[in-house]
Write a protein that binds this ligand. Structure first.
Ligand code: XMP
Length: 493
């Protein structure tokens, strides 16, 4: 993955093929990024997706794309076969049906074919939804093969990578484990030590297990109890990581320290900052203790960075300034003279889950819904007090327990209960009460950038609401959040 402005002459290797991705720009924008035209002279297959297609067209004749009607969403693609044309033209769609469901998301589209190109696919709104050069292996597609809604997307990319570029499919998780363990051992050496924070989430657990497999007890994991984890979470994580996975783990109970600092704070950004900064302070203290007690130096800090974080930092405008996790860790690295080690940085979430399963991590941990660093502090709207934490924890626990019992946990991408900062009137045991309100959230998403609410049946919601108002003191009402992202976000704060 390189920024599109990469000069090919600066590369020390020759690619077997090039995919030009989509972009929010129009090729006509004054500040639009443009690819090094040497890409088209490399004599390797090139596939342009959406903006990539427009970039190919733009580089093969003026004025071929135009800011026309926007098109977002589902479309039916008709494949045009060219049995008499050179054999490479039909390869992109080989083995696929003549009519395909695809996902479109574009402003500009091609108005005419560039010279020496033919049409290989159309939709009712895009007459040049797929194009190919008649001599060179240059292809452009207007739709997005990389999204789940384009069901033929993986097969199309496989046709490109395997049949056109002659790449071998040798990236397997079994191979990954062996090569990564070898790499970790080489980097860390035979006496080096590594520390890392674990949260009970899949990424940090998989990273920790991999590290433990590579260097055993020279890896020290630290779990900071910030007082805003889920019900019984620290005990469960401690038990699983030490007893089942054999990881050398210290749990630090810093809940009082966090909750004292959160006293009186209602602003969500302030909560995030307080939790982030306190975490760094506690972690550093603990890491220094590990250093002293181990008698040697700790050289590396383990981070469960995934490939999407890496992608976010590869921009033609330079690394994004808004990446949350990295700037905090930067301080730690400098203060403690640590080097960063990131064994998962080439993996996507689904690959991390396969890796976790292969490493023997229990299924309920591998398939855990994501949980934000600031924990339930950003799910308690208003001040975070021990009493509010207790209410939010119990309600969340009941909700997730019912989701699991109904066999829905894996169908939902993320679910939790939030505690709203309002009181509502209710009637309980013939008495008027003026108590708090729980909001249930459940979303389906693949990338967490956009999300839709999960469509529970009424019976399920009735059961959860009944249990929460009956079992959680201080709550007399339950509501279900039916806001999509955008405009809502997945978390309430
Ligand atoms: P939003 O609320 O932005 O959430 O739609 C998208 C995903 O990010 C998670 N999230 C966070 N994770 N620290 C984290 O580690 C944070 O401050 C944070 N805020 C949101 C959220 O749970 C969801 O999966």
């Amino acid at each position: 993955m390189l920024p599109c402005t990469q000069k090919l002459a600066d590369l020390s290797w020759k690619p077997k093929g090039v995919i030009l991705s989509g972009s929010p720009y129009s090729v006509y924008d004054a500040d639009a990024p443009h690819v090094d035209t040497a890409v088209f002279e490399l004599e390797v297959p090139v596939l342009g997706v959406c903006y990539g297609l427009q970039e190919i067209a733009w580089n093969h004749g003026e004025d071929v794309s135009a800011g026309n009607r926007k098109e977002y969403g589902h479309a039916i693609l008709n494949v045009a076969r060219h049995t008499k044309a050179p054999s490479h033209i039909d390869v992109l769609f080989s083995g696929l049906a003549d009519e395909l469901e695809v996902w479109m998301s574009h402003g500009d589209k091609l108005r005419a074919l560039p010279k020496d190109f033919v049409t290989i696919a159309t939709t009712s709104n895009a007459p040049f939804a797929g194009i190919a050069h008649i001599q060179k292996k240059l292809y452009g597609i207007q739709f997005h093969p990389e999204v789940t809604h384009t069901s033929c997307g993986k097969a199309l990319i496989e046709n490109f990578a395997v049949k056109l570029c002659a790449c071998k499919q040798n990236w397997t998780m079994e191979r990954f484990v062996d090569t990564e363990i070898d790499r970790i051992r080489k980097v860390v050496g035979s006496t080096g030590r590594v520390i890392g924070a674990v949260s009970g989430g899949v990424d940090s657990t998989v990273a920790a297990k991999l590290m433990h497999k590579a260097i055993g007890d020279r890896f020290h994991a630290i779990l900071v109890d910030n007082g805003v984890m889920r019900l019984n979470e620290c005990e469960i994580v401690h038990k699983t990581l030490t007893e089942r996975l054999g990881i050398n783990l210290t749990v630090v109970d810093a809940s009082k320290e966090f909750l004292t600092k959160l006293k009186g704070v209602e602003d969500p950004e302030k909560k995030r900052k307080i939790i982030g900064n306190t975490f760094i302070e506690v972690f550093q203290r603990e890491a220094e203790r590990v250093m002293r007690e181990s008698g040697g130096t700790v050289d590396f800090l383990l981070q469960g960075t995934l490939y999407p974080d890496v992608i976010e930092s590869i921009s033609f405008k330079g690394p994004s300034a808004t990446i949350k996790t990295h700037h905090n860790v930067g301080g730690l690295l400098e203060n403690m003279k640590l080097k960063l080690i990131e064994p998962l940085r080439e993996l996507f979430k689904d690959e991390v889950r396969v890796l976790g399963t292969n490493l023997g991590i229990p299924e309920d941990l591998v398939w855990r819904h994501p949980f934000p660093g600031p924990g339930i502090a950003i799910r308690i709207l208003g001040e975070v007090t021990p009493a509010q934490v207790a209410i939010a924890r119990q309600a969340d626990h009941i909700y997730i327990e019912e989701i699991k019992a109904a066999g829905l946990y894996r169908k939902i991408s993320q679910a939790y209960a939030a505690l709203l900062p309002v009181r509502a009137v209710g009637v309980m045991g013939d008495k008027r009460v003026h108590d708090q309100v729980i909001a249930l959230r459940a979303v389906e998403t693949t990338d967490y950038m956009t999300a839709d609410w999960f469509d529970f049946d009424g019976k399920f919601l009735r059961k959860v609401a009944g249990r929460i108002v009956n079992e959680v003191d201080g709550v007399c009402r339950v509501v279900y959040d039916i806001t999509q992202k955008p405009p809502g976000t997945i978390e309430f704060q």
